[in-house]
Design a protein around this ligand. Structure first.
Ligand code: MN
Ligand code: MN
Length: 326
């Protein structure tokens, strides 16, 4: 099949050096809301430059721009799986959601509206955050047909109730709110990589009470990645599932550029390997969040983030290309 007209292709490094040109996600065309070929897009890469939920070290508002820049390192083919996503589904950079950095609630409304429009066009949303609160307004759009499952990579559960005696919306609370709002089916949620010092057990007690499976890092290291991921796929089941990937899942040796690092995490290879084992999951949306360029002196955190986005894209491309053949 000649796919050259059907699909957008990244600008090749043989046509224009990869350090040149205007950076878009993976050097794909920018397809804004008025672009005539928007209806042809199947996977939309979306930036959420917003970190108003951050409680400690800020910076993920600068994540999408840096992830776009580092994603120019990504080539056409996955070296591990052989997948060539840009020849399997039509991918484009849909641009950024415009947040209101001075108004958290208004920003969440804007994000949800943006994603509703994306889903109205039947485009799969692949997000570059943003802090982890970004996932809540995205889930409000993605879960409009009912609660979804979630496989969540993070060193934190993000299941806390509030901060500073009442603030309900921070990057430590999105999945507590998502369960309360009926966006997540807690029995189909698996959180992997949890570690670090905490204030108390409030988040874990909530997870136990509602039936969320938490795989702490000690258990992750004691088992193999295929074994852990087989359990995660079983928990998610066959129904619609969201993937949320906090870059602080990976050890800060490999991903120092993030607001809340925790030592003792997976290495960057394992950080990619877990994504490859998502094959077969009924993924309806995915994000990579918490890349904070001001803390990323080498740029390697953003490069890892861009590489994880590419791994996610390869899994999603395989899933979508199977469903268009059947
Ligand atoms: Mn998080
Ligand atoms: Mn985290």
């Amino acid at each position: 099949m000649d796919t050259t007209d059907k699909y957008f292709h990244p600008v090749s490094g043989f046509d224009l050096p990869r350090f040149a040109g205007v950076p878009t996600f993976m050097r794909l065309p920018f397809v804004g809301p008025d672009h005539p070929r928007l209806p042809d897009v199947q996977v939309g890469l979306i930036g959420v430059p917003w970190d108003s939920g951050t409680t400690n070290r800020p910076g993920p508002r600068h994540g999408p721009r840096q992830l776009r820049d580092m994603s120019t390192m990504i080539r056409a083919q996955n070296g591990a799986t052989g997948v060539r996503p840009f020849e399997m589904v039509n991918c484009a950079d849909l641009g950024d959601v415009a947040p209101n950095p001075a108004d958290l609630m208004a920003s969440m409304t804007r994000i949800t509206e943006f994603y509703r429009s994306v889903l109205d066009h039947e485009i799969f949303p692949l997000t570059a955050g943003g802090d982890h609160l970004s996932s809540l307004p995205i889930l409000r759009a993605v879960a409009r047909g009912g609660p979804v499952g979630m496989i969540h990579f993070d060193s934190h559960t993000d299941l806390f109730n509030s901060y500073f005696g009442g603030t309900q919306y921070t990057h430590g609370t999105p999945f507590r709110r998502a369960v309360e709002e009926g966006l997540l089916d807690p029995k189909r949620v698996c959180m992997i990589g949890i570690r670090g010092s905490t204030y108390d057990n409030e988040d874990r007690d909530f997870a136990d009470a509602v039936g969320i499976r938490v795989i702490p890092i000690e258990e992750f290291h004691a088992r193999s990645v295929p074994d852990v991921m087989e359990e995660a796929r079983d928990i998610a089941g066959l129904k619609e599932t969201y993937i949320s990937y906090d870059i602080d899942f990976v050890d800060p040796t490999f991903a120092p550029g993030t607001g809340t690092p925790e030592i003792g995490g997976p290495n960057s290879f394992q950080g990619l390997e877990v994504v490859r084992h998502l094959e077969g999951v009924n993924i309806v949306g995915a994000d990579v969040v918490e890349v904070s360029p001001p803390f990323d002196a080498s740029g390697n955190t953003a490069f890892l983030g861009a590489s994880i986005l590419f791994e996610l894209l390869c899994v999603v491309a395989k899933k979508l290309s199977h469903s268009q053949m059947t």
